[in-house]
Design a binder for this molecule. Structure first.
Ligand code: TYM
Length: 335
């Protein structure tokens, strides 16, 4: 069997949070240990401009995501870190793929509906067409596996759909169907203030999320203040049904400790939140504060981060260029 070609990306918008870590980054780190053809991890700055953003801060935000990747365990001798805008083939393939994307499918994307809100008519075309660029990010490397959180599954389905349309239209099995890898208890980390909302960078209240840059005191405070219900933790996983906040905290504990939610309940079943929350806070601090300390250290030398990104982007481009050329030829362009 051929080796996996792994690719995943994050947007340089605001700080990374616990959802990004448990849903994506932590799994990327594990995948470095598998024998893969490549592990490519991108910072998708072209996606970050689809909503109002701070142009003066974009470069720094890009460096900060790179620092978070490395501090979180990405080893640049095993993985390639790159910046999307430094590999122009992403944008070039994006256009070609727009011609293979049905508007009806884009209309169904829940992330667009969430982000555009009631103001759909005024939303930018970039925000609407965003999943096509995401498909280009994946297909320009013919990636086979994409480790992401639950919220990206629908975009991955569209990427497969676009790949299948290309293969059908041009009569060859050119693109492999990229598979989603969403594993572990952290694929959908919810807000600490509302168990029905996903933890997100854009939520108004900073108390709703744990940022990777939060210090120990802040992490403890946020967990202790997290919304819960009055009951003790159940001993059985079914007892978490209809208790979204309790389920979320149990899943966070499980994700941080790399165990199942069942194993957490084995240990804490019957415990009150007054006992569970301090244990969760200690665990979160133990796992996350080394990351934030390392991020701060790395960000003292932004030139070094730039050097890593420059080298990684060159490697990524060397992978993308021949694939883009083949696509161009298959589509019949003059060159
Ligand atoms: P982004 O930047 O919003 O999120 C980065 C990664 O974090 C995961 N994630 C979560 N996982 C669990 N619980 C949460 N609350 C949570 N919030 C975020 C996301 O699933 C994602 O894996 N469209 C993508 C970026 C992208 C991409 C790509 C990803 C662009 N091109 C190609 C993979 C392949 C996004 O906005 O992720």
């Amino acid at each position: 069997m051929s080796k996996k070609r792994i690719l995943s990306c994050m947007q340089p918008t605001n700080q990374l949070h616990l959802g990004n870590y448990l849903g994506a980054l932590k799994n990327w780190v594990k995948l470095q240990e598998e024998q893969c053809e490549f592990n490519l991890y991108g910072i998708v700055d072209l996606h970050a401009i689809t909503q109002p953003y701070d142009a003066a801060g974009l470069k720094a935000a890009t460096q900060e995501i790179a620092a978070a990747y490395i501090a979180g365990g990405i080893d640049v001798s095993k993985s390639i870190l790159f910046v999307q805008s430094a590999v122009p083939e992403h944008s070039q393939l994006n256009w070609l793929l727009t011609t293979m994307t049905q508007v009806g499918k884009l209309d169904r994307m829940t992330q667009f509906k969430d982000k555009a809100g009631k103001n759909k008519e005024k939303a930018g075309l970039g925000l609407y067409a965003y999943p096509v660029l995401m498909a280009a990010d994946i297909l320009v490397y013919k990636a086979t596996h994409v480790p992401v959180g639950d919220d990206q599954k629908q975009h991955l389905e569209l990427a497969r759909d676009i790949a299948a349309t290309f293969n059908h239209r041009y009569g060859q099995e050119y693109f492999p169907m990229p598979e989603t890898i969403a594993v572990g208890a952290g694929t959908r980390v919810m807000s600490l203030r509302d168990g029905a909302q996903k933890m997100s960078k854009s939520a108004e209240s900073d108390m709703s999320r744990i940022n990777l840059t939060d210090d120990a005191e802040t992490i403890s405070k946020k967990i202790k203040k997290a919304k819960t219900d009055p009951d003790a933790l159940p001993s059985d996983i079914k007892g978490l049904d209809n208790r979204p906040e309790a389920a979320n905290l149990v899943n966070i504990y499980a994700g941080l400790n790399d165990i199942s939610a069942e194993a957490v309940l084995k240990e804490f079943g019957g415990a009150e939140f007054s006992k569970f929350k301090p244990a969760l806070a200690d665990l979160a601090v133990a796992k996350l504060s080394p990351i934030s300390t390392e991020m701060t250290r790395l960000l003292n030398d932004r030139a070094e981060i730039d050097a890593i990104l420059r080298k990684g982007s060159e490697k990524a481009r060397a992978l993308a260029t021949p694939i883009y050329k083949e696509i161009f030829d298959i589509m019949g362009f003059w060159s």
